[in-house]
Design a protein around this ligand. Structure first.
Ligand SMILES: [Zn+2]
Length: 199
């Protein structure tokens, strides 16, 4: 729906036409502004070199590399989204975040199955759950827990809780080397899900 393109002398904000009419437009702009702020301040989550360092710690078999790289970049982008939403949600999104991300969870949970698709959906669901929990929007008996559990059982994804916990607990204040560790540990978890699915 939106994206930020950062260059040496500034940023370009891209917004999909359909998103300009929705009620989440303000939230989307705040989210993208969040990415700009984090890029400007050199936050480790928005530093491509840190991402490369984390990726280089993983031993990925040749045949899995392309598929894994795609999943890893999705997972890394969602970590950036968590930090952008730390700025955007309290500022303008507030409790509209709940229906927005609950729909993400429902859509991903009912997406077409497959070995790669299941892990991709788990990353999306884990991100949405973790983000909602991080901002205190999930009650203990919230129906989205049930949907996520059903998804994990149906698709045989064992690490969904840990994926959600990663996004929920990402530290705001973190050094570059700490972030390499945090990210590499998470990508290892994603890789373990990929391996389990290939069997
Ligand atoms: Zn984003």
């Amino acid at each position: 729906m939106g994206a930020t393109q950062s260059m040496a002398d500034g940023h370009i904000l891209h917004v999909a036409l359909h998103a300009t009419k929705g009620e989440m437009l303000q939230g989307l702009i705040a989210h993208e502004m969040g990415h700009m702020v984090l890029t400007e301040e050199g936050h480790p989550s928005h530093d491509p070199e840190i991402q490369d360092r984390a990726m280089s710690r993983l031993a990925v078999q040749g045949g899995l590399r392309r598929g894994f790289n795609r999943l890893a970049s999705e997972a890394i982008n969602h970590a950036q989204d968590i930090y952008a939403d730390d700025l955007a949600i309290p500022l303008v999104v507030a409790d509209r975040a709940y229906p927005f991300f609950a729909e993400w969870i429902r859509n991903a949970a009912s997406s077409p199955p497959g070995p790669w698709e299941d892990v991709a959906a788990a990353i999306t669901i884990g991100f949405a759950l973790g983000n909602l929990e991080r901002h205190g929007f999930l009650r203990a008996n919230d129906p989205v827990w049930r949907e996520a559990e059903d998804f994990a059982a149906r698709r045989k994804v064992t690490g969904l809780d840990r994926i959600a916990a990663f996004y929920r607990d990402l530290p705001m204040s973190v050094t570059r080397s700490q972030y390499v560790d945090v990210l590499a540990g998470f990508l290892q978890l994603v890789l373990a899900e990929v391996h389990a699915k290939q069997k």
